[in-house]
Design a protein around this ligand. Structure first.
Ligand code: SF4
Length: 227
């Protein structure tokens, strides 16, 4: 979740929440004028469904549109999710997948612990996060060592760009074939491991993911929404 609390919209338009605040301000005006019993109002609102609730902004995790959502949380428990009316992408709207976000969060079938199925076994067993991380790290190391490609034989390693030509097709970057046949060029990669990102990753997380994936020599870096 990105940002606790909600600030007043910076745009000239009044959002639904701003309107709510203005309405409350009006209520205090009435109270000062003696038209409202503030204690009675407080006592009544204490039982409201969304009283004592904090709101946090987050984004839908299903696809790369990045629709904004608001999560209502009380005592660390997620109560409700809805489209963010102030979000520039979706303006409060959610597609059928986004609307089902809360149901997936609250589902009793949701996995919250890693599971492992041993080779040849027909059942999954729960393992600890430490065990899962150690297993994944070991697999990455083994696979990377077994499939590492330091060089690759290519017959056209160099790109040529002729910007002097006025013809866009003629001057498009082209590989120039080597006259003497193929040559080994350094590539330092493994094609046996891919990296999968998710729609809720922040720009900063994605930057670090890219660094880690490229440092490990992965060339296949993908996004969950494209599957
Ligand atoms: S799945 Fe739907 S709600 Fe979620 S980001 Fe994509 S378009 Fe928006």
């Amino acid at each position: 979740m990105d940002q606790p609390g909600r600030g007043v919209s910076q745009t000239s338009s009044i959002s639904r929440r701003d309107l709510f605040r203005l309405t409350l301000s009006g209520g205090y005006g009435l109270a000062l004028g003696g038209l409202l019993d503030v204690r009675a109002v407080r006592a009544a609102t204490g039982d409201l469904k969304l009283s004592n609730v904090s709101e946090f902004t987050t984004s839908c995790n299903f696809c790369s549109c990045g629709c904004g959502m608001i999560a209502a949380v009380r005592d660390g428990k997620l109560l409700k999710m809805e489209g963010d009316y102030d979000h520039i992408v979706n303006r409060g709207a959610l597609c059928v997948k986004g609307i089902s976000m809360f149901a997936t969060h609250a589902s009793s079938q949701r996995l919250t612990k890693p599971r492992y199925r041993a080779p040849g076994s027909d059942r999954w067993q729960e393992i600890s996060w430490d065990d899962a991380i150690a297993r994944v790290a070991k697999k990455i190391r083994e696979t990377r060592d077994q499939t590492w490609m330091a060089t690759e034989m290519v017959d056209a390693p160099d790109l040529s760009v002729d910007r002097a030509s006025g013809d866009r097709l003629q001057s498009a970057p082209q590989f120039i074939p080597l006259k003497g046949g193929k040559r080994a060029v350094p590539v330092n990669r493994t094609d046996a491991i891919g990296f999968m990102g998710g729609a809720q990753n922040t720009n900063e997380e994605c930057y670090l993911f890219q660094k880690a994936a490229r440092l490990l020599g992965m060339s296949y870096v993908e996004h969950q929404a494209r599957l």
